[in-house]
Design a protein around this ligand. Structure first.
Ligand SMILES: Cc1cc2nc3c(=O)[nH]c(=O)nc-3n(C[C@H](O)[C@H](O)[C@H](O)COP(=O)(O)OP(=O)(O)OC[C@H]3O[C@@H](n4cnc5c(N)ncnc54)[C@H](O)[C@@H]3O)c2cc1C
Length: 362
């Protein structure tokens, strides 16, 4: 089998992988991305909300935006809406978003190999084999292959805590500029959401993986309630799901062999353990990983230590806060509505607990 050699080999063409590819290729490295899906970004497995701040990193975000979000409404245990007046963000077309990131990577000179899955890794030589029988090598490997990362597993970095999700697309009867969040003791380790995309909404439910048997009936019941309330249509227009890592950050760089293995995005456990949001973290961590890999290959020995430190600086405070709330709630056998409320980002106590814990730690 002919081997194809690259400086940097990236597994996974999601936001983390293509962001890494763009940055590394722009720095002059020879970069390949290997993606299992035939078409980048398809099928979409996402609720498609991103925070407004992401527009500062991605100036073209408006081109893939379906509608703006200004507020958040939280419904606790079937109660009335509790409003968070300022919650700026965008509902995006996630398929177009991922495609746009991939196009940017290609424009920077990265090569994208879609429709092949990496099925085996030989760390010693930086070699991977694909489902098409090809062999690729890299002097640095980047695992951007999502929550159940193959490269993570090969280097002992496994995302053990996962949330499983189930989501449908339904007609939305009246336009809204709020994301709706449903907290309930019946959703252990997770929550339900209704995110508006003009005349359509993504209606989904996530729970800790061990409770995944609750997903079908939980989502059906919420859908039926919202149909009865006249909020959404009865017909299911689309269906998706997927896992979200919620156990916190993995070490970004492993030197299991001569070839360093860098993780980014969900593979690195960067999704928020409370909200499940991981798109922005994937873009940011991917860009930093690609930049560090290129710098390391150019002889900047400290590039990976700097990466680890930068990721800790950017993500550890919010991940630690989210993890603490998540673990606290999961430890309650039957959380009361106010306990659910206090563990959600819309409640001031969610943010204050951190300050209190920090003061305690001195
Ligand atoms: C239902 C759902 C709703 C969500 N909603 C939101 C939201 O509203 N906002 C938000 O910010 N986040 C959301 N998330 C989380 C968000 O989707 C992820 O955090 C984000 O996609 C992480 O990007 P990534 O590039 O790290 O991984 P991914 O986007 O998962 O990309 C990984 C890629 O690697 C490929 N791959 C995996 N294994 C291999 C292999 N062996 N060989 C080749 N390719 C491989 C996959 O095909 C995939 O394309 C949601 C997640 C789910 C499941």
């Amino acid at each position: 089998v002919r081997e194809q050699h690259f400086d940097i080999l990236i597994i996974g063409g999601g936001p983390a992988g293509t962001s890494a590819a763009a940055r590394a290729a722009a720095a002059g490295a020879r970069v390949a991305v290997i993606e299992a899906r035939r078409e980048i970004g398809q099928p979409v497995q996402c609720a498609e909300f991103v925070p407004a701040l992401l527009a500062e990193t991605l100036p073209w975000l408006g081109e893939v935006t379906v509608q703006p979000i200004r507020r958040m409404r939280t419904f606790v245990a079937g109660g009335a809406a509790e409003e968070t007046a300022s919650f700026p963000g965008f509902m995006i077309d996630r398929g177009a978003f991922d495609a746009r990131l991939a196009a940017e990577a290609a424009r920077c000179g990265a090569r994208l190999f879609c429709g092949r899955r990496v099925v085996a890794v030989e760390l010693e030589r930086g070699r991977v084999a694909t489902s098409r029988g090809e062999v690729f090598t890299g002097r640095v490997l980047i695992g951007a292959d999502g929550p159940r990362s193959l490269l993570g597993a090969a280097t002992g970095r496994v995302n053990r805590d996962l949330v499983e999700t189930r989501q449908i697309a339904v007609a939305l009867h009246a336009p809204q500029d709020a994301t709706d969040i449903f907290l309930d003791a019946a959703y252990p380790g997770g929550y339900a959401w209704l995110f508006p995309k003009r005349r359509i909404a993504n209606l989904g439910l996530g729970v800790e993986a061990g409770s995944r048997a609750l997903l079908r009936e939980g989502l059906r019941a919420l859908h039926a309630r919202l149909v009865a309330e006249g909020v959404v249509g009865d017909e299911v227009l689309g269906f998706t799901g997927g896992a979200i890592p919620v156990g916190g950050r993995q070490e970004a760089v492993a030197f299991a062999a001569a070839v360093p293995v860098v993780l980014a995005g969900d593979a690195a456990g960067l999704a928020n353990p409370t909200t499940g949001a991981g798109i922005a973290a994937a873009v940011l961590s991917g860009g930093l990983a690609g930049e560090a890999a290129a710098a390391w290959l150019e002889g900047r020995g400290a590039a990976f230590e700097d990466l680890e430190e930068e990721l800790g600086f950017l993500f550890d405070p919010s991940l630690a806060r989210a993890l603490r709330h998540r673990r606290h709630l999961l430890g309650l056998p039957d959380p009361l509505p106010d306990q659910l409320r206090a563990g959600w980002i819309g409640d001031p106590r969610y943010w204050q607990a951190q300050a209190a814990a920090m003061a305690e730690a001195g």
